[in-house]
Design a protein. Structure first.
Length: 144
């Protein structure tokens, strides 16, 4: 089971700040290629790829906390509905749903949601989603 923590950045290696900085350069369009971003911040491409999906900055205000997840859903009736029910029980406010057409009976789904009013931890929500029959490959893509 994955666990997520909020920690003071002063105890973490400097490389994590640089990974976030490189990702921000890419997201803001200041650089177009990963190689340019990592060169600008002074880390290797390997370091960037090792940590890019695992470190995030919290939202400054923390009044509205958002997250993005992706998962694969089997093409059976009611599976997306069950995923949404799990999120509803956790009081997660769905912001967007992007579902691709099923290929070989599996569809990729990306969900963004506001978690500021959730009545459970993000870890617990993700665990509940992983246990949902017909859902697989759950990934936390971003947290703000």
């Amino acid at each position: 089971m994955e666990k997520y923590y909020i920690v003071d950045g002063s105890i973490l290696p400097d490389v994590l700040d640089k990974v976030i900085e490189a990702r921000t350069l890419l997201q803001n369009g200041k650089v177009k290629q990963v190689s340019d971003a990592v060169k600008q911040v002074g880390i290797s491409r390997g370091t960037y790829y090792k940590y890019k999906d695992y470190v995030f900055l919290p939202d400054k205000g923390m009044s509205s906390r958002k997250a993005v997840i992706s998962l694969m859903l089997h093409h059976d009736k009611g599976i997306l509905s069950e995923v949404l029910n799990i999120m509803s029980r956790a009081n997660a406010n769905i912001l967007t749903i992007n579902q691709n057409i099923p290929i070989h009976d599996w569809a990729s789904v990306t969900l963004s949601f506001d978690m500021s009013e959730m009545n459970t931890s993000l870890d617990e929500l993700l665990q509940n989603l992983k246990e949902c029959k017909g859902a697989t490959n759950l990934q936390l893509l971003a947290v703000e």
